[in-house]
Ligand binder design. Structure first.
Ligand SMILES: Nc1ncnc2c1ncn2[C@@H]1O[C@H](COP(=O)(O)OP(=O)(O)O)[C@@H](O)[C@H]1O
Ligand SMILES: [Mg+2]
Length: 350
């Protein structure tokens, strides 16, 4: 549904996005992660036909973003990073206006607006002018606007950044729901919990380039190594250690009074054997569980810090070169550099 091929954007002699390729299918969420200035918004703007790529191309539901921008805009919903609302309007008028722009019949758009205003807790306050909204309310209003025509493809740029935890959960639940309805979604976020909870694939970009991509589990394996497991026993481990051999089975990494950690490449095979060996030797096992590893540790390892000096950047570069993918397709097109920065309404109408 969303296809990016070697997307590249330069502003003068500065390259904001370089050689970015990926595919996102129906019913999938891809999280685009990266520091401020990494190129997430610029990538999204190329995919939403807001900005023409300098090189490479993108297709949404088969429509080329440069050749068929109108079709692209009809197919997508776009929650921008800093949504501009019409401050003097009330939300119902606003949604009615956008529903009309997208050719949603009057009675259908009215029903949909009411349903979503209730879902996102904006129904009771619908008499307020949007200029009186809090940041979180503005973000929710913009999200509803992006959904009013039930788009098959969604771009959500930092959708919960200004929200309180309750609203953020509401929006995350809505994103899960939209995914189940078979939409293709790109989620730009700084919120690693959100990325992990919602995304099927995670793509981390740094200085405009993809540095690693995969499922959260794949990223953890690539960057944090073999997973570790912890065994919690019902009794203390004797001071001279466990009275039987585990070294030929797993690598023991840490001990406590009544627990130990180990790593193995073959948990499916090894863990049941380990469990039996413990039980056969009179040890009661309370739990055996994988030591949780956060996406945050992956992110910090790969994305570096914005202030990082050039030496550690080289280090990151080295570890990245090991995981970088190769063998991308190639296709050149006429360079079209005119920017189409416009208001959201103009984008749709054009
Ligand atoms: N219209 C523009 N003109 C010049 N530079 C830009 C423009 N838009 C973005 N940039 C630059 O491109 C880089 C990537 O920006 P952006 O895509 O907004 O990053 P992110 O969304 O990941 O924070 C930044 O260094 C930003 O300053
Ligand atoms: Mg951004």
């Amino acid at each position: 549904m969303i296809e990016a091929v070697q997307l590249t954007k330069t502003f003068g002699d500065f390259t904001a996005v370089k050689d970015v390729s990926f595919n996102v299918g129906s019913g999938k969420v891809m999280a685009l992660l990266g520091h401020n200035g990494a190129g997430k918004t610029t990538t999204t703007r190329m995919l939403t036909a807001t900005l023409a790529p300098t090189f490479g191309y993108a297709r949404i539901a088969g429509y080329d973003t440069v050749k068929n921008p109108q079709e692209v805009r009809k197919t997508i919903g776009h929650l921008t990073e800093l949504p501009g609302l019409y401050n003097r309007m009330r939300i119902e008028e606003y949604l009615d206006f956008f529903g009309e722009v997208y050719y949603v019949p009057k009675n259908i758009r009215k029903g949909r607006a009411e349903e979503m205003l209730k879902q996102f807790d904006l129904w009771e306050t619908r008499q307020l002018k949007m200029g009186e909204y809090s940041k979180g309310m503005r973000q929710k209003a913009a999200l509803i606007r992006a959904l009013i025509h039930e788009p098959k493809v969604l771009f959500l740029d930092e959708p919960t950044s200004a929200m309180d935890p309750h609203s953020a959960k509401m929006v995350r639940d809505a994103i899960s729901q939209l995914k189940q309805e078979n939409r293709a979604i790109i989620l730009c976020t700084h919120n690693l919990f959100e990325a992990e909870a919602l995304a099927d694939y995670i793509t981390i970009i740094r200085k405009g380039e993809i540095v690693i991509e995969g499922t959260s589990e794949q990223l953890k394996r690539k960057l944090l190594g073999t997973p570790a497991y912890t065994v919690q026993l019902a009794q203390a481990i004797p001071t001279d250690g466990l009275p039987f051999e585990l070294a030929n089975l797993v690598e023991l990494t840490q001990f406590g009074t009544d627990w130990f950690n180990f790593t193995t490449e073959e948990a499916d095979k090894v863990n049941p054997i380990l469990l039996r060996r413990l039980l056969d030797n009179g040890f009661e096992v309370v739990t055996i569980s994988q030591v949780s590893r956060s996406l945050e540790s992956v992110y910090l390892k790969i994305a570096g810090t914005p202030q990082q000096n050039s030496d550690s950047r080289d280090e990151i570069e080295n570890s990245l070169n090991k995981v970088k993918k190769s063998g991308k397709g190639s296709s050149e097109r006429d360079q079209q550099n005119q920017e189409q920065v416009s208001t959201e309404a103009e984008e749709v109408i054009r």
